[in-house]
Design a protein around this ligand. Structure first.
Ligand SMILES: Nc1ncnc2c1ncn2[C@@H]1O[C@H](COP(=O)(O)OP(=O)(O)O)[C@@H](O)[C@H]1O
Ligand SMILES: [Mg+2]
Length: 265
């Protein structure tokens, strides 16, 4: 028999900010190796959901289980060390360091060698770390930028670096918060091909927040649709994206925002 226990399970998750309910009644399980697209308008609660699971926000209520272990309210670094990692809407990289230096810092941190932060102690970089940094840069197809300052590279390359850095500790599950935000429509598919290729080659379970429904259709096995802090649809992309509430509250709104010309245009 195959093991069907979910890698991630949340029960009755809730988060309030004063009178704002950012998450409510969220209960679901994610099987290992699934690729889940999270959709919802701005303010729907997508980032709050990611933040609670990855330890950046404590839930007001509810429980989060990762690989059968209760991780509710644990600090983010501890959750990352357990094998659950994430990227942010805005890449969290050191702009004044090169791509390669950023990668070495992430690897050093994952191995508990924070001395790598300091250029003066660069000899602490072990051959193993250097080789691993090269390997991951190649996997994310950004090796050509290895010596470029991170503040000066294209946004798509910065996104790839940020996600590559999030995966150095061999997480089994990664959550990507808007991996294609700020990227032109022409470049989005190429970017997602690289991200998903790299993560799936390493057998990871992936949850990604995305506004472009074509991207969701192409890459997700399953869609979670958020609206006012709750999940209003959860299922295969064809089913979830055809849901009446999803069409009315999420896709319709997205369509209006992105394709109606401004008055007078
Ligand atoms: N730190 C915070 N303090 C107060 N309100 C917040 C905070 N973070 C999120 N919210 C509110 O929670 C709701 C959900 O926000 P968020 O999860 O960021 O939405 P999304 O990522 O779907 O755009 C919004 O109403 C937002 O204003
Ligand atoms: Mg968000």
């Amino acid at each position: 028999m195959i093991n069907v226990a979910p890698i991630l399970e949340v029960r009755d998750l809730e988060r309030t900010f004063g009178s704002v309910v950012a998450a409510r009644d969220i209960s679901l399980g994610i099987p290992a190796h699934q690729t889940v697209g999270i959709i919802g308008s701005n303010g729907a609660g997508k980032t709050t959901f990611v933040n609670m699971i990855t330890g950046y926000l404590k839930p007001s209520k509810g429980q989060i289980m990762f690989e059968g272990r209760d991780i509710t309210g644990l600090p983010s670094r501890q959750i990352m060390n357990l094998g659950l990692s994430r990227s942010f809407q805005v890449p969290q990289v050191f702009a004044s360091l090169t791509v390669f230096e950023n990668m070495c810092i992430a690897l050093g941190l994952a191995e508990g060698k924070p001395g790598l932060f300091n250029r003066a102690v660069m000899p602490l970089r072990t051959p193993a770390i250097l080789a691993r940094a090269e390997e991951i840069l190649a996997q994310f197809k950004i090796a050509a930028y290895r010596n470029a300052l991170t503040g000066k590279i294209p946004q798509g390359i910065r996104k790839l670096l940020d996600i590559a850095m999030a995966t150095v500790g061999h997480p089994r599950l990664v959550m990507l918060d808007e991996p294609t935000s700020g990227i032109s429509i022409e470049e989005k598919f190429g970017l997602m091909d690289i991200i998903m290729g790299a993560l799936k080659a390493r057998d990871m379970t992936v949850l990604f927040v995305e506004h472009d429904m074509e991207i969701v259709r192409r890459y997700a096995d399953r869609v979670l649709a958020f609206y006012e802090g709750t999940v209003i649809a959860d299922g295969a992309p064809d089913t979830a994206l055809a849901n009446d509430k999803v069409k009315a509250y999420i896709i319709g709104e997205h369509h209006v925002q992105s394709s109606i010309p401004a008055a007078g245009a």
